[in-house]
Design a protein around this ligand. Structure first.
Ligand code: THU
Length: 139
């Protein structure tokens, strides 16, 4: 992926931390999802008093895009940390990896984990979800 695009995605993912709704964990996550049409869809985590309805930042971004008819994706950038302080990579949870598997080619889709514009790594979905089960596995 082009370096400038990665940095832009990191910047936008970090911006989303301010919308993160985390009265229970205080762990803030932001995401920027790049679609095939060049659009960026943003997401933050949204917690809930009943805990289980909590939505991760990655799924917020995916569901915003899919709900607008977009199903072709290139990459997602995810940042996060306690109180929004980025000290370590915030890798996507298993549920979010599975949602990515539904819409993305595991050999192509990139997951950018960052703690800042200068510190990031790029993974393929296949690396983070080996032997994933997706639509191709059904009839
Ligand atoms: N979280 C995300 O937003 N994305 C992930 O992939 C991991 C976890 C959120 C959910 C919850 O609000 C908080 O981080 C602590 O689990």
């Amino acid at each position: 992926m082009e370096e400038n695009k990665i940095r832009e995605m990191i910047r936008i993912a970090i911006e989303q931390l301010k919308y993160s709704y985390t009265p229970y964990s205080g762990f803030k996550v932001g995401a920027a999802l790049l679609a095939g049409n060049g659009e960026l869809y943003t997401g933050c985590n949204i917690e809930n008093a009943a805990y289980t309805p909590t939505n991760c930042a990655e799924r917020t971004a995916f569901f915003k895009a899919v709900s607008e008819g977009v199903r072709d994706f290139r990459a997602i950038c995810v940042v996060g940390g306690q109180d929004g302080i980025l000290t370590e990579y915030a890798a996507p949870c298993g549920v979010c990896r599975q949602v990515m598997m539904e819409f993305c080619d595991p050999d192509e889709f990139c997951i950018i984990l960052a703690t800042g514009e200068e510190q990031y790594d790029v993974f393929k979905l296949k690396e983070l979800l080996p032997l994933g089960f997706g639509p191709d596995n059904l009839g």
